[in-house]
Write a protein of this length. Structure first.
Length: 223
């Protein structure tokens, strides 16, 4: 500021800056002095203090960020370990992969800048079961008097699963195996049967699905 003398602003480059400043008083007397302004990097700090939870067998992605220091940065896990199936990209700080085990994993990440200054931050990733869902959305048709078999499928939650019918009835001659989800037998009646199947996991979480099972009459004999 030519009137008051302060040097202010936001330095955007690191280094030594040689300047000569001069001052003139009201009687036009002049004085000058050579100075050096040393601009140092801001302290290296990891900004990420928490990362999102993950779901078992589901794609995971989270990014770590830092400020200060001298770029580029290099990231590493300094202590502990990531959940199985996840990895840290040393160049970008991205944590990604597909977690394969449940539970909480505590670890410490470290970032090192180009001037070999480092900073660390403890973090934790908790891997939970994916939501429990019934994957089967339709059942194959059956024929009266002929062997029938179909398997109900579920995903997520915590196996093992237990299956049940919460509404509707199976055609006479068919049964649902509660441990495997297999509907099997020989249907002895024809109709369209509306069903609601439910699956429960080991943690008593449940999911349901409305299905229709059609049993056709047998083909008439050919003469």
């Amino acid at each position: 500021d030519p009137a008051t003398g302060p040097i202010s602003g936001l330095p955007v480059a690191v280094g030594l800056w040689a300047v000569t400043v001069g001052v003139v008083d009201r009687y036009r007397a002049f004085a000058s002095k050579s100075l050096v302004l040393d601009v140092e990097p801001a302290p290296l700090v990891i900004q990420t203090v928490e990362v999102p939870m993950g779901q078992l067998d589901t794609e995971y992605a989270a990014g770590l960020s830092a400020t200060g220091g001298v770029k580029p940065y290099t990231w590493a896990v300094a202590d502990g370990s990531l959940p199985d199936g996840l990895a840290l990209d040393p160049a970008t700080g991205a944590i990604s992969g597909i977690p394969t085990t449940l539970g909480a994993s505590e670890f410490t990440v470290q970032v090192t800048d180009d001037a070999e200054t480092s900073a660390t931050q403890p973090l934790m990733i908790t891997v939970e079961p994916a939501p429990l869902v019934v994957e089967t959305t339709e059942l194959p048709a059956g024929v009266e008097g002929e062997e029938y078999e179909a398997t109900l499928m579920a995903a997520g939650g915590t196996p093992p699963y237990t299956w049940s019918l919460t509404a509707g009835v199976l055609p006479a001659g068919l049964v649902l195996d509660e441990s495997t989800g297999v509907i099997s037998g020989i249907p002895t009646e024809t109709d369209i049967f509306a069903l609601i199947v439910e699956v429960a996991d080991a943690e008593s979480m449940t999911a349901s699905q409305t299905l229709a099972l059609t049993v056709h009459p047998p083909e008439p004999p050919e003469f």
